[in-house]
Design a protein around this ligand. Structure first.
Ligand SMILES: Nc1ncnc2c1ncn2[C@@H]1O[C@H](COP(=O)(O)OP(=O)(O)OP(=O)(O)O)[C@@H](O)[C@H]1O
Ligand SMILES: [Mg+2]
Length: 386
């Protein structure tokens, strides 16, 4: 558990207390309205101090003491310049608007408290502001390529909570879903392991999207992040397929990811939407440029790479060619394209992406890794033969 101290005025204090009380990740070790007491408690050691800007305003003489703290400070306040100034003077690492903090707190805290740990396994989110551009196809097959490079299991998580189709795409009948995972009272490796569906012939294990679209509404961003963090600890990498739009779960996952693969196809509508997404990531979310990697899917089928780069003001990091009917055939067979047609142009294009996620090929250690192209056990699908 991570420890938090909260200094806030009455109304916000109650809301923050309730938020932290239901958190499986953070323990509130101190809370109250007295900034001096909060600073003293934080100085004894907490992972983060959350401060209401109203409290900063009432204790302006204490801003420098807040600034001197070694733990990160997060300020919640009204979106006005004076409030920003107080937060800056207090050395805050992040500022959340009063109207938005419940949606953004989980992601913001994770960013602040996550220790820079070179051993930490990578977490990659695949996102696009446009539907149907190939996010799911990329996430599923990239996970296979990463697992092969890492020679360790890779978790593939379907965070398209309402419409996720990874289980169908991979021909799996998962034992459980994200809905069950966020309900676990203890996120142990063994408990999570039981919820994952291994993808035959690969080192990938799927945590599927909820079976019922309405279950998605009950999944809180923070619980989702706790599951991702637990999966990260027990897997060589985590690849997350995301939903459309900026829901709080989606934004928390994007915040939390080390690497964000922004998928676009070479058509005007998608490139425009991608330009707006890039602007939001830079201006609104404050993501560093190197967090985002642009993936041009179906490259060669529309606008050229140069034009795409000029329109978006950044290089295409990876291009993936159109692969004709192969992705659809593999999906109809319920197998990853990576297994179904290892020589396909799309699959070959995944290696450079996998190499940025797992830079060094790890020598095989464990026997879990089944031979690629292993005979697929009986299962659903197999309705289409190419
Ligand atoms: N490079 C490619 N070549 C050929 N077909 C592709 C390629 N990439 C994706 N497809 C096909 O395009 C369709 C949409 O792909 P996919 O489901 O991966 O997109 P998505 O972005 O996840 O969509 P959604 O927004 O609905 O989740 C699928 O039928 C898939 O097989
Ligand atoms: Mg999809």
């Amino acid at each position: 558990m991570r420890t938090v101290a909260v200094a806030a005025a009455e109304d916000l204090l109650g809301e923050l207390r309730r938020w932290f009380e239901s958190s499986p990740v953070y323990t509130l070790v101190w809370s109250g309205g007295d900034l001096r007491a909060a600073v003293n408690r934080a100085a004894e050691g907490v992972d983060v101090l959350v401060v209401d800007e109203a409290v900063l305003r009432d204790h302006l003489g204490w801003l420098e003491h807040v600034r001197a703290l070694t733990c990160p400070v997060l300020v919640v306040g009204p979106s006005d310049p004076a409030a920003f100034r107080h937060a800056l003077t207090a050395g805050a690492k992040d500022f959340l608007a009063r109207t938005e903090w419940p949606d953004l707190l989980a992601g913001a805290l994770e960013r602040l408290v996550r220790k820079p740990d070179s051993q930490s396994h990578p977490l990659v989110a695949v996102f696009s502001p446009k539907g149907g551009v190939g996010k799911t196809t990329l996430a599923a097959n990239l996970a296979c390529a990463v697992a092969e490079r890492a020679h360790g299991p890779v978790a593939l998580v379907d965070c398209d909570l309402q419409f996720g189709d990874l289980a169908t795409l991979l021909g799996l009948d998962p034992p459980a879903t994200v809905y069950d995972a966020v309900r676990l009272t203890r996120l142990s490796e063994e408990a999570l392991e039981r919820l994952l569906a291994p993808v035959p012939g690969t080192g990938v294990r799927l945590l599927a999207a909820p079976a019922q679209p309405l279950q998605a509404e009950e999944i809180r961003a923070e619980a989702m992040l706790a599951v991702l963090e637990a999966l990260r600890a027990s897997h060589a990498a985590v690849v997350v397929d995301t939903a459309l739009g900026y829901t709080d779960v989606n934004v928390a996952v994007l915040d939390f990811a080390d690497q964000l693969l922004l998928v676009a196809t070479p058509d005007v509508v998608t490139i425009r939407a991608t330009a707006r997404a890039l602007e939001l990531f830079r201006e609104g979310f404050g993501y560093p440029d190197d967090k985002i990697r642009l993936v041009l899917n179906r490259e060669g089928s529309g606008i050229g790479r140069d034009e795409v780069e000029a329109a978006l003001g950044r290089p295409v990091a990876f291009g993936l060619p159109s692969d004709g009917a192969w992705p659809v055939r593999a999906a109809n067979e319920g197998r990853p394209l990576w297994v179904y047609r290892a020589t396909s142009a799309f699959v070959r294009g995944l290696d450079p992406i996998a190499a940025t996620i797992v830079p060094d090929r790890t020598p095989p250690r464990r026997s879990w890794f089944r031979r690629r192209h292993a005979v697929r056990p009986p299962g659903p699908a197999a309705t289409f033969r190419g």
